[in-house]
Write a protein that binds this ligand. Structure first.
Ligand SMILES: Cc1cc2nc3c(=O)[nH]c(=O)nc-3n(C[C@H](O)[C@H](O)[C@H](O)COP(=O)(O)O)c2cc1C
Length: 387
């Protein structure tokens, strides 16, 4: 195995080790994948300003996100089906995050349940909520997150209908995977993954199966989404969810300044500027392109967080420089998990941390709080000059 130097190395390894349908589920965006691509490529258009002869000793990447001290301003984003990238994936990623000193967010659509993760960790994690038609189920889910002492509720607003990802349709994505000849042949080439799966009992949506009356056969993810995700979700729902939860609330999926304004009015503690990693509205502007406008509008009234396209510590620095108080990584951690389990997630965090710390030094910064726009050269300022 060649040495792992960057997130791309882990992506390549994950592609080799994870069955095709689950690797594709992670590495895809909706329709033409324009927004998915631009989430990453727009980061590359932002350049950094080099600084020299600044004392770099005693640098720290420590920061505070919604009142919690973190080793760096990075959290693990909620991702569905994580336990299909690697057996017990949510537990492994939560443990890696806990050891590193950053928050882990568990998805409603996870394989390991809230209770599974709570039992396997000691630090409170965050729980991401999707709102379903079955309100009794949602009440119970919120109560279960409270009982597990989750530290924050991350309410996702941008997936009440599902953006089509062509690869999932073609692969017939499901959890557990359907035992078709094609899937069996593909899985036969992934012995590590198969051994892991044979060794765990966690192979279905454990937040849901056994907790919902009259749904025992989950069917495919798309079928479940179509029948249960509530298309009537509105800002009025945010009110009762906030009241029932009673703790810190983060609203995820804001990609428009007017929506950010509504999130402030809802009394949430933070928003995540996000387009769901380019998996929903294809054609939306990248998250990093939207971030400055949203920070400008609401940044003095609410904590603004960010996700979408982060593949390096340099990307984290750029998002922080544009006003993000916290960032989240989705695919970056999934690639580490698929490649090497818990060790792989730890590797991802180490890589991003080292890149962030070194880049801070080369930009003449020793503290996260001191990073600002003057560290950047934005595309319209200088970099298009040679176009
Ligand atoms: C495979 C996958 C599954 C996801 N599942 C969820 C989910 O269940 N809930 C949610 O709020 N966001 C989900 N997301 C979106 C992520 O939380 C996050 O917004 C996105 O991954 C950030 O972009 P990045 O992957 O480029 O870092 C998912 C993303 C991926 C890649």
């Amino acid at each position: 195995m060649r040495p792992i130097a960057c997130i791309e190395d882990l992506r390549i390894l994950a592609e080799r080790r994870v069955p095709r349908m689950f690797y594709d589920y992670a590495d895809s965006g909706s329709w033409t994948e324009q927004t998915y691509r631009e989430n990453e490529s727009d980061f590359a258009r932002i350049r950094l300003r080099q600084k020299v002869a600044v004392n770099m000793e005693g640098r720290t990447t420590e920061a505070t996100i919604i009142g919690r001290k973190v080793a760096m301003p990075v959290a693990i984003a909620p991702t569905g089906l994580t336990g299909m990238q690697h057996a017990d994936g949510e537990i492994l990623a939560a443990r890696a995050a806990e050891k590193f000193g950053i928050p882990f967010t568990l998805s409603t659509m996870s394989i390991c349940s809230i209770e599974d993760v709570a039992e396997a960790t000691n630090t409170p994690f965050w729980f991401q909520l999707y709102v379903m038609r079955d309100r009794e189920f949602i009440y119970r889910l919120i109560d279960r997150a409270k009982a597990a002492e989750c530290e924050a509720l991350v309410l996702t607003l941008d997936l009440q209908v599902l953006g089509q990802r062509h690869k999932d349709v073609r692969n017939g994505l499901s959890a557990p995977p359907k035992l078709t000849v094609r899937n069996m042949l593909n899985m036969a080439t992934k012995p590590r993954w198969c051994m892991g799966m044979l060794g765990t009992k966690r192979r279905e949506f454990r937040n849901i199966v056994g907790h919902v009356s009259n749904v025992d056969d989950m069917g495919t993810l798309a079928e479940w989404t179509h029948s249960q995700f509530d298309p009537r979700l509105s800002w009025d729902d945010v009110k009762w969810i906030k009241d029932r939860w009673g703790g810190k609330l983060i609203i995820k999926g804001i990609n428009d300044p007017d929506d950010a304004e509504k999130a402030v009015e809802s009394g949430a503690d933070a928003i995540i500027v996000s387009n769901h990693g380019g998996r929903q509205l294809d054609g939306a502007l990248s998250s990093i392109a939207m971030l400055p406008e949203i920070v400008e509008r609401v940044g003095d009234r609410i904590e603004v967080h960010f996700d979408g396209g982060i593949r390096s510590g340099q990307d984290v620095l750029k998002a922080v420089a544009l006003g993000a108080k916290g960032t989240y990584i989705g695919r970056a951690f999934l690639y580490g998990l698929g490649a090497m389990g818990e060790e792989g997630v730890t590797k991802v965090l180490e890589i991003i941390h080292k890149e962030l710390e070194t880049t801070m030094a080369l930009c003449g910064r020793t503290n996260i709080a001191d990073i600002d726009r003057s560290n950047l050269i934005l595309p319209n300022e200088r970099t298009d000059i040679f176009a």
